[in-house]
Design a protein around this ligand. Structure first.
Ligand code: TMP
Length: 236
């Protein structure tokens, strides 16, 4: 397996084609961004943690019959995935009020929600990834009605598995963001990453943030926090 051509450079990853058709080589980067890229820092050690955490989580999801684009981990900072065309939607699932939800609706952070709430954001840098509804998605032809139903079902299933996984390691899953992609045959697959960059994770005993909020809110160093999450997951 060899990587052939750089096809995409994102905020925290680079994607390469490989000599194997339909397989993409992802390289995680030691970079953190906030405010849609306005704040940017190099953080040594972050790439290997997010790659290893994402790989472990995608493997756990596969065990529970939730397929993803993940094929295998190639090295500490690299993984091999199936090629998909990413649907430009950030699908957010919330179990507990926090972040933009708390701000928008004036609901105190930490309030348990009575059911998981799904939100959609349109991945469009020029627009700062706006909050959109299902009619917007339909109008923009980002997904069909049937695909939207499938996306919501998959998001809730991922939520259930992640709640249980994190519960086993004394972590409360507050909320998270996932992305999906389409294979050439139209099949939709869970894609991108699931890591402390894309989830809110609170220690169940102390309520400490074990996620990117440590960086967003400038609460301290993120590497030791991400290491803690990885070590709990690995030793579960
Ligand atoms: P929010 O409260 O800022 O809307 O974030 C909700 C969840 O989605 C939180 O776990 C962080 C994650 N998220 C991302 O992974 N990427 C993003 O660009 C945004 C806005 C949120």
């Amino acid at each position: 397996m060899e990587k052939t051509e750089l096809i995409y450079t994102g905020k925290a990853k680079r994607l390469f084609t490989t000599n194997q058709t339909g397989q993409i080589w992802i390289e995680y980067l030691d970079q953190a961004t906030a405010l849609n890229g306005v704040r940017k820092d190099e953080i040594l050690g972050k790439a290997e943690l997010n790659n290893q955490i994402t790989s472990l989580i995608f493997k756990e999801l596969a065990k529970k019959d939730i397929p993803s684009h993940f094929i295998k981990q190639l090295s500490k900072t690299e993984q091999l995935v199936e090629a998909v065309a990413i649907i430009p939607l950030e699908v957010v699932v919330r179990n507990v009020a926090a972040g933009s939800f708390s701000k928008k609706l004036a609901i105190e952070e930490g309030t348990q929600l009575t059911f998981p709430i799904i939100e959609f954001y349109y991945k469009k840098d020029e627009l700062d990834d706006p909050f959109i509804n299902e009619d917007h998605i339909k109008y923009l032809e980002l997904a069909t009605d049937e695909e939207l139903i499938a996306l919501k079902e998959a998001a809730l299933k991922v939520n259930q598995v992640l709640i249980e996984l994190f519960d086993q390691i004394n972590i409360r899953l507050i909320d998270f963001k996932i992305e999906f992609g389409r294979k050439e045959d139209g099949t939709i697959l869970l894609a991108d990453e699931i890591s402390p960059d894309t989830c809110r994770l609170w220690d169940k005993t102390t309520n400490d943030h074990l996620d990117k909020d440590v960086y967003r809110k400038e609460l301290g160093e993120i590497v030791p926090v991400y290491k803690e999450v990885f070590s709990r997951l690995k030793n579960k």
